[in-house]
Write a protein that binds this ligand. Structure first.
Ligand code: DAH
Length: 315
């Protein structure tokens, strides 16, 4: 059904047809005029019907073509708010920006090369199956992690190595995994990836960088620890944990897994056109939803994608 706005536009456009009548041969004018009149009456009837149904639903019809201020006097407009994850992703990006990182945005549709080949996943290696990736029927991959952006970050900022002696980039983004959904697992969630390359990048710098990020985000000092992990794109690979922040009920004994990290594998640098004999790099990536859940004491990740207004209004 046409909207009130569309109908009013159609009505206005009839003016041109009325104007046309004069230009027609005399014997055609009557029939044409009657047809235009019939059209007009039918539009008017539809407008009346729409307006009455809006009135009966106790809603005062608004003229969508009118300037905003005119309608604003009829309705109490509520200001929308940013989604909590958007607010927090901005905070995350800002912290890294202040630490000197460039921030680029991840993609929501990617391919086999960025998801696997550029990250040193051997063809046919079982690690390719470990990411529960979705695929579109055209063969694209909604990224299962923000690491798909590593190759792009390294190639796009390659000239920073000559200019500034380093590449420093973080990439917040939305990621997708074909997982069963429960209070701690979503098929759609957020991560933030970081890559740093210089002639003398070290694992110590990596741990200090990520620790500094978490301390700034939670506004307090934190203990961290790592344990060995496996990712084809880093060597060595580590899993990174923080001690549950005291301000959030931590008692110095709870460790929380925040993501993976390591020294960038020489093959990843080589694929991106960076000589691993000269340059070294580190990379890290972790979930944003979990970070935010901990900050606000949210106990179910599904709230984020639920569109529940009562939840969203709390932020
Ligand atoms: N992409 C990995 C994941 O989602 C996490 C990760 C591990 C990112 C090691 C990194 C890294 O940048 O170096 O499980």
């Amino acid at each position: 059904m046409s909207s009130l706005q569309e109908l009013k536009l159609e009505l206005k456009q009839l003016g041109q047809e009325y104007a046309k009548i004069k230009t027609l041969p005399a014997n055609e004018r009557k029939a044409f005029g009657e047809a235009v009149n019939a059209k007009k009456n039918s539009i008017l009837a539809k407008i009346k019907e729409l307006e009455e149904s809006a009135e009966s639903a106790n809603v005062e019809p608004i003229d969508l073509t009118a300037p905003f201020a005119e309608n604003a006097t009829k309705y109490e407009f509520k200001q929308g708010t940013k989604h909590p994850l958007t607010i927090e992703l901005d905070r995350v990006a800002e912290i890294y920006r202040l630490m000197g990182f460039n921030v680029i945005e991840a993609r929501q549709l990617d391919d086999e090369f960025h998801m696997f080949d550029s990250l040193n996943f051997p063809v046919g290696h079982p690690a390719r199956d470990g990411y529960d990736t979705f695929r579109t029927s055209e063969g694209f991959i909604p990224p299962a992690h923000t690491s798909t952006m590593q190759y792009r970050a390294l190639t796009r900022f390659r000239d920073h190595l000559d200019e500034y002696g380093q590449i420093a980039v973080v990439v917040p983004g939305r990621v997708f995994r074909n997982e069963d959904v429960d209070a701690t697992h979503e098929h759609t969630f957020y991560q933030c990836e970081g890559v740093y390359v210089s002639k003398d990048a070290t694992l110590g710098q990596l741990l200090a960088t990520w620790k500094n990020f978490f301390e700034t985000y939670y506004g307090q000092q934190l203990n961290i620890k790592t344990q060995p992990g496996f990712f084809p794109f880093t060597e060595p690979s580590l899993e990174f944990q923080i001690e549950k922040p005291k301000s959030l009920g931590g008692k110095g004994d709870g460790w929380l897994e925040m993501g993976g990290c390591g020294m960038i594998h020489p093959n990843v640098l080589k694929t991106a056109g960076i000589d691993p004999e000269i340059y070294k790099g580190f990379a890290w990536g972790g979930g944003i939803d979990r970070l935010v859940m901990l900050k606000y004491g949210i106990n179910d990740v599904r709230y984020f994608e639920s569109g529940k207004l009562a939840f969203l209004k709390e932020f």
